[in-house]
Ligand binder design. Structure first.
Ligand code: ASP
Length: 423
């Protein structure tokens, strides 16, 4: 009996020694194999996948609330930094959409596709107007957004308001201690949940490969290749910017962010990945807490470059399929609406498909074409989510500046909580 327990704990200890990305990649491979072997029967994995994703997603709103409140309470964020954050976000999104439009015009994926015009109708309830997107993100109640991880922007409103209000109370040690204790408790819970992430990843992948399969990939091959090419180009843009406009080195950043990037690909949710992104940025890449918070917690919710790029490309693809290419003016409308639509997309799987209705409606494209994309979205969503997360990393590195301020990060009150040391 004792021997069995020793063996068990030895296995668990060895499993934990693997870095998180290694565990997730292993889980991905097992998931694909299980999906291929079990086929439709792999649907049984839906339940564990849902439970683990839900647990991780539940941590994002409180983490944003506490980490952003803490940064605002303890750090002097200058108007200049806020302005820089805003301009970085806009620049990255505009570049992403331009890259998407450029590749879609060059490769013309709609011309290569044998796909017939789809007949299914999209649920009209899923159509969103820009006004609805804005209203949906304003908190209806103070605690409401905390219980709903699809309204993370609402949590930011609350965190910013409380962070600024608590600045005036920061001389009272009790206020600081409460915020720090809440932060530490959250990190502990995060580690518990992260331990089961690979099981969640294996379940999601087995379920999807088993029930959806790879067949449709051949019909939409040109579109998939074009999207992947555009996402890679966007990734190169980030790396070049990091190389020349921050102290970080691109390869070190990619190495440090492995856990987070692999997790973004596996979960297709940037919100679920957010706590790990934040931890890796601080502890492995080594940017200041303020830069990690602004880039990965605040900016992340407005910064969905992969989604923006994808939505613009999808509109062009649909128009090409119909044989009515979009004019330059119409492509400009696609660009503007894709910016709004990507900001409105929650960091959850397939959120981009819902806000895409905004882009399609703006240039009068039939919404049925979106249902066609649903068939391959389980894969493309993962790829654009990875770029969404890399975009947050890019913003954090650029905010951190050209000179490393390690000593500042180490002397902070939360220094020493080596969050991702165990990830
Ligand atoms: N899944 C993406 C994310 O979590 C959003 C999207 O559907 O584009 O960032």
């Amino acid at each position: 009996m004792n021997n069995a327990t020793d063996a068990d704990s030895g296995l668990i200890a060895r499993w934990r020694q693997w870095p998180l990305y290694g565990r997730i990649l292993g889980a991905l491979v097992i998931g694909v194999l299980l999906g291929l072997i079990l086929g439709k029967r792999a649907a049984v994995f839906e339940l564990p996948a849902k439970i683990i994703l839900q647990l991780l997603g539940a941590l994002a709103p409180p983490l944003i609330l506490i980490a952003v409140t803490h940064v605002l309470m303890t750090t002097e964020i200058k108007g200049k930094t806020a302005l820089r954050l805003g301009s970085l976000l806009i620049l990255n999104t505009v570049v992403a959409i331009c890259v998407g439009l450029f590749v879609a015009n060059l490769v013309q994926p709609g011309r290569w596709s044998q796909q017939e015009r789809p007949e299914t109708k999209l649920d009209p309830k899923e159509k969103l107007t820009p006004a609805q997107i804005v209203v949906n993100n304003i908190p209806k109640s103070l605690l409401g957004p905390l219980g709903d991880n699809s309204n993370v922007i609402g949590v930011i409103f609350i965190a910013v308001a409380f962070g600024i209000a608590l600045r005036q109370q920061q001389d009272r040690p009790v206020v600081r201690e409460v915020v720090e204790a809440a932060y530490q408790a959250l990190i502990t819970v995060l580690h518990w949940v992260i331990d089961v992430v690979p099981i969640g990843v294996m379940s999601i992948v087995a379920n999807i490969v088993g029930t959806k399969g790879f067949g449709i990939f051949l019909d939409l091959g040109a579109f998939i290749v074009a999207v992947l090419l555009a996402l890679v180009l966007q990734g190169c843009w980030y790396m070049l910017r990091i190389r020349y406009f921050s102290w970080c080195r691109p390869l070190d950043v990619l190495r440090g962010m492995r856990d987070s990037l692999v997790m973004a690909f596996s979960t297709a949710s940037s919100t679920v990945t957010m706590p790990v992104t934040y931890a890796c940025l601080k502890d492995k890449v080594g940017v200041r807490e303020e830069s990690a918070s602004l880039g990965a917690l605040v900016g992340a919710n407005f910064n969905n470059d992969g989604t923006a790029l994808y939505e613009a490309m999808a509109a062009l693809f649909a128009a090409q399929l119909m044989g009515i290419p979009l004019s330059l003016n119409e492509q400009l409308i696609v660009m503007l609406t894709s910016i709004v639509a990507s900001v409105g997309a929650a960091g959850i799987p397939e959120a981009g498909l819902v806000t895409m209705t905004l882009v399609f409606t703006a240039v009068k494209l039939p919404l049925e074409y979106i249902t066609l994309l649903v068939t391959v979205d389980w894969f493309l969503d993962r790829c654009r989510t990875t770029i969404n997360v890399l975009g947050d990393v890019n913003v954090s590195c650029l905010l951190d500046g050209r000179v490393k301020q390690a000593e500042l990060a180490e002397s902070g009150p939360m220094a020493g909580d080596s969050v991702s040391g165990r990830l």
